[in-house]
Design a protein around this ligand. Structure first.
Ligand code: MN
Ligand code: MN
Length: 466
């Protein structure tokens, strides 16, 4: 069963829309390198399209009605948007879900130390990374520092042309004989992924203790104090994420691809958001759910396992039709969902890891996976054939290029998403998403055609699924 290369199906109008989508997507990737930055951006865009904070309705005791658009944010890291349709909510919603956290390196809570007159930040990586890929790259520092009085200082260093960047060093090849005999998973060890932060000692300062005088660490602390009014102790209540510095770029001589940090899973999050904001009047309520912590198992208050989404749906039921636990359950059970996350694009240089007929390909459109998991579908959500039949019809109505795929060979590996968690409500849910090459690497690769097809697919889903 051959699937067409989406590029061969486009007319001039398609190509123009594809280019616009790619440009706005790259802008999103460049501006949003953390969950918090994503939420700020998404809230901004949503407000422009008439979405209001659900708190205004809850606190003001204002009822919701068809045509209303609301969003709910959890701890600045997770968001759910709702566009209330004309049908009763308990008929179910059309939900687009994706995650906005990406693999990265986090700064520890007691991170700053000096060694050989160099200052470092100690780190603990977040999500699955090949550690050796993260050395000798220009890195940026993003996040927040929260003071005891509740003031939040936003940090972003390394993205502007005038900013300094940071780096994690690696041993020179000339002395690497022993290092290169190691297995790749230990060639650079987690505890050695420390960020080089400074190298210049502080100028003589009589107010300092004898042991702080002339130290590089003292100078770093002075700079942090001057720029961020930050004390060393403030690292305890900081969330600082180390990510590759630099913009999302066109890739390839034909500019057909996008190279950027954080495309897992911001490619699905962004295209879901675009579709959500574009679909105006709906009969079936639509929802866009963008979550945190997928890369570490969907845990915590801002991960998909949290009750946040369910609680928000309960609030919406209450504001629409009055409190009803049963209606909350019916709403969730009768919903249909595209749980979107990236798939592994077939890479001919690593053909061994894939089974060609069940791999996803760059340029062949939105990817559906009936099931995820590996070695006997373990841990998978296995979407219903009846639901898939309907989806095929919906995708055809939207003239969407799409493909079905598994992530890698049966016994090699695999990955899970948030689909299985949503399936617990008894709703129809399938894994979908965009094919990515070099997934979880500092710079990940997608095809512009797939980004465009994902957007088209999500629009079709919100419009035609019922
Ligand atoms: Mn993902
Ligand atoms: Mn991932």
């Amino acid at each position: 069963m051959e699937r067409k290369n989406a590029w061969t199906t486009y007319d001039d109008e398609d190509l123009e829309k594809l280019e616009l989508t790619s440009e706005s997507y790259k802008d999103f990737l460049t501006k949003c390198k953390t969950e918090r930055e994503c939420i700020q951006y998404i809230v901004g865009q949503s407000k422009e399209k008439g979405y209001k904070d659900i708190r205004e309705y809850i606190d003001g005791g204002i009822p919701l009605a068809a045509g209303d658009k609301v969003y709910a944010v959890c701890m600045n890291k997770m968001i759910a948007l709702f566009n209330i349709g004309t049908e009763p909510l308990s008929n179910g919603m059309n939900i687009l879900g994706a995650h906005i956290d990406s693999p990265r390196i986090d700064v520890k809570q007691n991170p700053l130390y000096e060694s050989a007159e160099l200052a470092y930040l100690d780190t603990h990586y977040y999500g699955g990374i090949k550690k050796y890929q993260w050395v000798t790259l220009p890195l940026a520092l993003h996040g927040v520092v929260v003071k005891k009085d509740g003031t939040v200082k936003e940090v972003s260093i390394g993205e502007r042309d005038s900013d300094p960047v940071f780096v994690i060093t690696d041993l020179l090849i000339h002395l690497s004989g022993k290092q290169l005999e190691k297995k790749a998973n230990v060639v650079v060890e987690g505890e050695n992924l420390d960020l080089l932060f400074g190298s210049r000692p502080i100028e003589e300062d009589e107010t300092l203790d004898e042991k702080e005088k002339k130290t590089v660490k003292a100078n770093v602390l002075k700079i942090l104090k001057d720029y961020y009014e930050m004390e060393e102790e403030d690292f305890m209540s900081a969330e600082l994420e180390i990510v590759p510095a630099g913009k999302a770029r066109d890739c390839g001589i034909d500019r057909s691809m996008i190279l950027s940090y954080g495309q897992d899973d911001r490619v699905c999050a962004y295209t879901s958001l675009l579709a959500m904001l574009e679909c105006d009047k709906v009969s079936r309520t639509s929802c866009c759910l963008l979550v945190d912590k997928e890369e570490i198992g969907s845990v915590g208050a801002t991960g998909m396992h949290s009750r946040f989404f369910e609680n928000t749906v309960a609030e919406i039921v209450a504001l629409l039709e009055g409190e009803s636990e049963l209606k909350v359950r019916r709403t969730l059970q009768n919903s249909t969902m595209l749980s979107s996350d990236v798939n592994a694009a077939y890479d001919p240089l690593y053909a061994d890891a894939f089974e060609k007929r069940s791999a996803s390909y760059l340029g062949k459109g939105l990817v559906y996976s009936k099931f995820t998991g590996s070695r006997g579908k373990s841990g998978s959500n296995d979407a219903n054939a009846e639901y898939i039949g309907k989806l095929r019809d919906v995708m055809e109505k939207g003239e969407v290029n799409y493909q079905f795929a598994e992530l890698g060979k049966v016994d090699i590996g695999g990955g899970g998403t948030i689909a299985y968690i949503m399936a617990n409500y008894g709703m129809q849910v399938i894994d979908s998403g965009v094919a990515v090459m070099s997934m979880h690497a500092p710079w990940e690769l997608t095809s512009k055609a797939d980004v465009y097809e994902a957007y088209k697919g999500y629009v079709a889903f919100l419009k035609y699924m019922n």
